[in-house]
Design a protein around this ligand. Sequence first.
Ligand SMILES: Nc1ncnc2c1ncn2[C@@H]1O[C@H](COP(=O)(O)OP(=O)(O)OP(=O)(O)O)[C@@H](O)[C@H]1O
Length: 251
Amino acid sequence: MSVLRLEQVTCRFDGLVALDNVELSVEAGEIVGLIGPNGAGKTTLVNVVTGAVRGEGPIWFNDKRIDGKRPYQVARLGIARTYQTVQPFPEMSALENVMAAVVFAAGANGIKEAESQAADALSFVGLGDVRHMRASELTLAGRKRLELAKSLAMKPKVLLLDEVNAGLNPAEIDEALALIRRIAEQGVTIIIIEHLMKVVMSLCGRIVVLHHGAKIAEGTPAEISQDERVIDAYLGARYARARAQEAGSNE
Ligand SMILES: Nc1ncnc2c1ncn2[C@@H]1O[C@H](COP(=O)(O)OP(=O)(O)OP(=O)(O)O)[C@@H](O)[C@H]1O
């Protein structure tokens, strides 16, 4: 049974259709990539699933309908997200930032428990040693990890990652990839919005492509990289040629 399912979900902003009858079904344990050109509706999909923006059409989390729920209710059911632009409370420590996320997702279970959950999440992402540092003093890679720790501390079953690798250098991206794989190994189902094709191709078992709010393709990385509509709308001919050359040189 799918853990998350969107049934013909539409989202309009005045005259603009940001999501157009999108069908999506994600199985437990999958890492699904969500790609498409700027403005395709990827972040809107995350916003609609997590209750930040109201759409039309049923969204199921296991056997529960979650469309219409508020963000904290969705978070408490077990769906966490990261934000494209990381915005920690700059003057608070990394630990305090994650504790705030724990309280948002779990309610007030006591400050000690929130602290211990937050410390575990920070260790998991490799920020255990700098947990008392102010968020504003962390590097971009550190703030991205902090963002991950905030969502992980909510103990999610489904995690929606919105461009967690943007702005990172190649070494930092490799580390982030390893971290995302470790999160998936914990049994967390992941949907990742990502512009770096190297990341999507190596991480995701399945890729969903949005264009002008509509799903134009869905398949394995190999299928998607050869799909004419995806090449036209997003990947471009140069990418397809490079892939074909790679395939040729591997023969
Ligand atoms: N709150 C909003 N109010 C009005 N229009 C919005 C709102 N949020 C998104 N949009 C519009 O909806 C469309 C889809 O935007 P969205 O941010 O979901 O795209 P995206 O695929 O995530 O793009 P990017 O890759 O640039 O982040 C865009 O035209 C955007 O301007």
